[in-house]
Design a protein around this ligand. Structure first.
Ligand code: ASP
Ligand code: MG
Length: 405
């Protein structure tokens, strides 16, 4: 017997047929003698629809009322799944965030879970009742409904699993696991049986959007074992777990890419102390996240070129921030470029093996792809390239690191 949290995303509960199918998956776990809590998302498309309605009602809306509206999709699916389970002869009860309660911070529309009172759920699950919890929502310190930010049901599920001390958190979605790279680009991409939390964080934040990043951080911090699997197929998925649990650790686990990048180069920046602070300070003040940075050594000791990247949505704002603090910085010219992609090679095996970056550089060179910026961390090497070579680079790297199926 185990204690499980099962999470079903929007496409898994898109209509009554899908909800009946999901109820069958829950019933199977209950019949196997497990204690089950379920976290559900809204039916697919529903949250977008609700967000659009709030915008229509008021362009600059009050976040408390936004939360009242957008949290309603999960209320509907939790009730429908509880009803469907009951129809199948499975004891079930729905729970909204405030009923448990799932206590959160007061940051409406972007709240963080602080505490979950599990006593009622534990008692009922012990009696064989399935707890169907509305995801994405909680109760703020002001006594009002909060939501956790888009994709937040992943975080609801992991937080529930941590609070309930569950043996595993199964996240059911419309893909059957985490792949070595995007299968739309590389046909030979392989499903990973296991991936470490740290690698998953890099994969998730670099564009392999299977799990909400925050849910992975939480799983890592709390040691929750998370399985990503499909509700459309009956097959095991990918287990996201501690690296100690992965016996056959590959050197490289995956190749990620992000097209959401823009590059800014400042030509002939003064090479004096305080210049970097003068550039990046105002950007940080405007909450503009800077990712990769390179600064050249100046030839004459007086000026240098500086290149860095921001997300494409932030590019316009970043340029205007820099142009308006131009006097303080003192540079000759600003060049911005949106036609770049960041490609990253990820693997905890890099910690103990040399030569991983070299394989990447050689492979790209053989394909004639120029590297514009390089950045590294303990478990990742990232390069910025011209975005027209994205597919070519990802495929070549996938082969070079022997990830092809
Ligand atoms: N329904 C919410 C959203 O679409 C939460 C979730 O599905 O995780 O963002
Ligand atoms: Mg999602």
């Amino acid at each position: 017997m185990a204690r499980l949290v099962m999470k079903f995303g929007g496409t898994s509960v898109a209509d009554m047929d899908r909800i009946r199918h999901v109820a069958g998956l829950v019933k199977r776990e209950v019949d196997a003698g497990n204690e089950v809590a379920v976290a559900v998302s809204a039916m697919s498309g529903k949250t977008n629809e609700l967000v659009a309605l709030t915008k229509d009602a008021a362009a600059m809306h009050d976040a408390r009322e936004y939360d009242v509206v957008v949290s309603s999709g999960e209320q509907v699916t939790s009730g429908l799944l509880a009803l469907t389970l009951q129809e199948m002869g499975v004891s079930a009860r729905s729970w909204l965030g405030w009923q448990i309660p799932i206590r959160t911070s007061g940051a409406h529309a972007a709240a963080r879970i602080q505490e979950i009172e599990t006593s009622q759920l534990v008692e009922r699950m012990g009696q064989g009742q399935v707890a169907v919890v509305a995801g994405f929502q909680g109760l703020g310190p002001d006594g009002r409904i909060t939501t956790l930010g888009r994709g937040g049901t992943d975080t609801s599920a992991v937080a529930l699993a941590a609070a309930l001390n569950a043996d595993r958190c199964d996240i059911y979605t419309d893909v059957d696991g985490v792949y070595t790279t995007d299968p739309r680009i590389v046909e030979k991409a392989r499903k990973l049986e296991k991936v470490s939390y740290e690698e998953m964080l890099e994969l998730a934040s670099l564009g392999a959007k299977v799990l909400q990043t925050r849910s992975v951080e939480l799983a890592m911090a709390q040691g929750v074992r998370v399985q990503v699997l499909s509700s459309f197929e009956d097959a095991p998925g990918t287990l996201v777990c501690d690296e100690d649990e992965i016996v056959e650790q590959e050197l490289v686990s995956g190749i990620a890419y992000s097209k959401n990048e823009a590059k800014i180069t400042l030509i002939n920046v003064k090479d004096t102390p305080g210049v970097a602070a003068a550039i990046f300070g105002p950007l940080a003040d405007q909450s503009i996240n800077v990712d990769m940075i390179v600064q050249n050594i100046s030839e004459d000791g007086r000026t240098t070129d500086l290149t860095f990247t921001v997300t494409r949505e932030d590019l316009k704002r970043a340029v205007s921030v820099i142009e308006s603090s131009c006097k303080d910085i003192g540079y000759e010219k600003l060049i911005s470029d949106e036609s770049v992609t960041k490609v990253s090679v990820i693997g905890v095996g890099m910690r103990s093996h040399a030569g991983v970056a070299q394989t990447m550089f050689r492979t790209l060179a053989e394909k004639g792809i120029n590297i514009q910026v390089i950045s590294t961390s303990e478990i990742k090497v990232s390069v910025l390239i011209d975005d027209q070579y994205t597919e070519l680079a990802v495929r070549a790297l996938h082969t070079a690191y022997e990830l092809d199926e």
